[in-house]
Design a protein around this ligand. Structure first.
Ligand SMILES: C[S@@+](CC[C@H](N)C(=O)[O-])C[C@H]1O[C@@H](n2cnc3c(N)ncnc32)[C@H](O)[C@@H]1O
Length: 253
């Protein structure tokens, strides 16, 4: 008899999917990228996720098992209790908080009893501390904050970038018509929003508790109970992120 299939979903995957997972994102740009010729450089980045220009300017393949789904609808196309693992990195903060709460409730519906959710978001507390440290330092660009979002230079610009991740206008060259069109389509139809709400541990814990999750635990980069963390957790988010895992209530016998 074939072993029961483990269903793993990755919400707001961007270009960063993992094999064996259903990698979900609303992005037309990712969807269209399957039609691009390989090894052709683009002149514009995917949404600035804090990635360095060398990464952002590469033409990337769509992730394996890519499904283009707008997660703002509040519905996941999976049967109740059918999903074993749900991972989401640097996506939740792109939703207004009430939509994030609705999506997390939906995740708890599709997860099996005892199913595991891992959420990675920019860490509001950490970023606030780093910002204050940077402006207090004799040389403001010294310290860990300087390394974050390298395309933004001053502490103030970096902080603002966390609260509204729009690319700077000059980052969009006029000649990149196809990329401009897919970016427009993403914003118009793909429902991709810049950052809407930032989380610290307390707020994220409350959001998960309200959705019925239990065992809410702060984790660390590539540490936790979620499988495939060596692929899923992205190194460039390591120094800015809050990692949290939680489970749906288990079966009672
Ligand atoms: C900052 S990127 C994160 C990508 C990747 N998970 C990472 O950790 O770097 C946010 C992703 O969320 C996606 N996204 C934004 N709004 C969405 C929505 N309403 N439904 C599905 N995906 C959405 C964007 O297209 C983008 O790929």
């Amino acid at each position: 008899m074939a072993p029961p299939q483990v269903l793993k979903i990755n919400l707001g995957c961007g270009y960063h999917g993992a094999p064996g997972w259903i990698n979900i994102d609303a992005s037309f740009r990712i969807w269209f990228s399957r039609y691009r010729r390989p090894n052709r450089s683009t002149s514009i980045a995917p949404p600035p996720c804090g990635s360095p220009p060398s990464v952002r300017n590469r033409v990337e393949e769509p992730p394996p098992n890519y499904r283009r789904i707008n997660l703002r609808t509040g519905r996941l196309p999976f049967a109740s209790g059918s999903v074993d693992y749900c991972y989401s990195s640097h996506f939740l903060e792109h939703l207004p908080r009430w939509e994030a709460a609705r999506l997390v409730r939906e995740v708890s519906r599709v997860l099996a009893p005892g199913g595991l959710l891992r959420i990675v978001v920019p860490d509001l507390e950490l970023i606030a501390r780093l910002y204050v440290g940077a402006i207090s330092a004799a040389e403001p660009e010294r310290g860990a904050f300087a390394a974050l979002i390298p395309e933004y230079d001053t502490p103030s610009h970096k902080l603002n970038a966390y609260f509204s991740k729009h690319p700077r206008r000059e980052e969009i060259p006029a000649r990149a018509l196809r990329t401009r069109l897919s970016r427009w389509a993403d914003l118009r139809f793909g429902a991709a929003l810049p950052h809407q709400w930032m989380y610290d541990l307390q707020d994220l814990t409350n959001l998960l508790k309200e959705a019925g999750f239990r065992g809410i635990t702060k984790q660390a980069y590539r540490r936790g109970e979620m499988p495939d963390l060596d692929v899923l957790d992205i190194e460039r988010h390591r120094d800015e992120s809050l990692y949290v895992e939680a489970r749906t209530p288990g079966l009672t016998v």
